[in-house]
Design a binder for this molecule. Structure first.
Ligand SMILES: Cc1cc2nc3c(=O)[nH]c(=O)nc-3n(C[C@H](O)[C@H](O)[C@H](O)COP(=O)(O)OP(=O)(O)OC[C@H]3O[C@@H](n4cnc5c(N)ncnc54)[C@H](O)[C@@H]3O)c2cc1C
Length: 367
């Protein structure tokens, strides 16, 4: 059950997604176009800062409302979903959580209102899952190094950058950098994934010295719940498409949905999507209550991403040959779903997080 205010925000996002995103998603995918105008419009609707307090320019709603919005946007276009997810939970919320009052007042409102886009730069060529192996360095108020695969990289004005700082790792807010290369990806073609070069970029510290890894990991704890919502949205889109097709497509004199093999596939698909949604909402509610949600967020992402990857493939199966063509969006859902098992921590890393919660820190355990 969700509250009336949460339902209203979801309706707003659903209407916008159906009218302004879904009809254009195939074209953005084909042309690899970042739909900048959409983020301005989402800003006007208050959807670029759903869970940012009113006094900082956001909509003042809770994290669950934000998760509902991400599901709706991702149902229409997963690239738009990830742009908003990274902008909000990895770009804006760390400033709110760790910035000084002055930093919050200066940095957050343009982000929450959608006037500027934000990004999160942790990964480097030699440090992905093993983020602590990063080489970017902060020295004398400046950062030098190259970050890889930064979502929103080519369009962001504000970037949270993680860099070596003395013996530890620090978190920094940066506005001057160069986006040097857009990644050529399997899917998410309407999103930007760029390499960023910091060549002595002026940087201001976020949080205390040496707190960088703690800030990065706590950011990812919340971000994973958003990626779980993205996976649920993609899977729901695939279910809607496959269900409509099963009612209308006929073979051997009857709709294919009348064959038990197809009907049971759709029944399993719907059941697992509901389970993924329930795990996602549970993690979001824990975060809203200020309670620990590291394990629950990892469980939601691990399960929802597998559901999305598996069932988008099965949706293609229900559609037959037409599912394998670009005439229908099933193949895009399939391509887009895969990355939810990789970014904001791979599925292997989610299992490490869950197992650590279960077993505690054991001598000789990996991770
Ligand atoms: C489209 C896209 C957008 C992204 N956006 C961002 C972003 O905005 N900001 C950012 O900082 N990064 C971003 N990333 C990077 C992403 O978070 C990393 O790709 C991810 O963390 C995995 O790191 P890696 O690719 O280096 O894989 P690796 O760490 O090299 O892992 C390779 C394989 O080894 C496995 N593995 C590694 N360590 C272990 C272990 N201890 N136990 C078991 N298995 C292990 C992994 O699970 C994986 O299967 C993005 C990536 C993509 C593809």
């Amino acid at each position: 059950m969700i509250a009336d205010e949460q339902r209203e925000i979801r309706e707003l996002a659903r209407r916008y997604a159906d009218e302004r995103i879904a009809p254009r998603a195939a074209e953005w995918d084909r042309e690899r176009r970042f739909p900048l105008e959409v983020f301005r419009e989402l800003g006007e609707l208050g959807l670029m800062g759903v869970c940012v307090p009113l006094e900082h320019g956001g909509a003042g709603a809770d994290f669950l409302s934000y998760v509902l919005v991400l599901e709706e946007l991702s149902r229409a276009d997963a690239g738009v979903g990830v742009t908003v997810a990274v902008h909000t939970s990895a770009g804006t919320l760390p400033v709110l959580a760790h910035g000084t009052p002055e930093q919050k007042q200066r940095i957050v409102p343009p982000l929450a209102q959608g006037h500027e886009l934000a990004a999160f730069a942790l990964t480097e060529a030699e440090s992905g899952s093993d983020a602590g192996a990063m080489r970017a360095r902060f020295d004398g108020g400046r950062i030098t190094g190259t970050k890889q695969w930064v979502t929103n990289g080519s369009y962001a004005r504000h970037v949270n950058v993680f860099a070596r700082d003395g013996d530890g790792v620090g978190a920094f807010a940066v506005r001057e950098f160069q986006a040097v290369r857009e990644e050529d990806k399997l899917g998410l073609h309407s999103s930007s994934t760029a390499d960023l070069v910091f060549d002595g970029s002026p940087a201001e510290r976020l949080g205390p010295p040496g707190a960088g890894m703690r800030i990065a990991l706590s950011t990812l704890d919340g971000g994973r719940i958003g990626i779980a919502a993205q996976a649920v949205g993609i899977a729901q889109a695939a279910l809607d498409l496959a269900t409509a097709h099963a009612k209308q497509r006929r073979a051997f004199g009857r709709p294919i949905g009348a064959f038990q093999a197809i009907a049971h596939k759709l029944a399993d698909m719907q059941t697992e999507i509901e389970a993924a949604r329930a795990l996602t909402w549970r993690a979001a509610r824990l975060k809203d209550a200020g309670r620990p949600h590291t394990v629950e967020g990892a469980q939601a992402k691990l399960f929802a991403s597998r559901v999305a990857r598996h069932w988008t493939g099965e949706a293609i199966q229900v559609l037959g040959g037409s599912g394998y063509t670009r005439e229908l969006p099933a193949e895009r859902y399939y391509r887009d779903a895969k990355v939810t098992e990789i970014y904001e921590g791979t599925s292997e890393i989610q299992r490490l997080v869950i197992a650590r919660g279960l077993l505690g820190a054991l001598d000789g355990a990996e991770g």
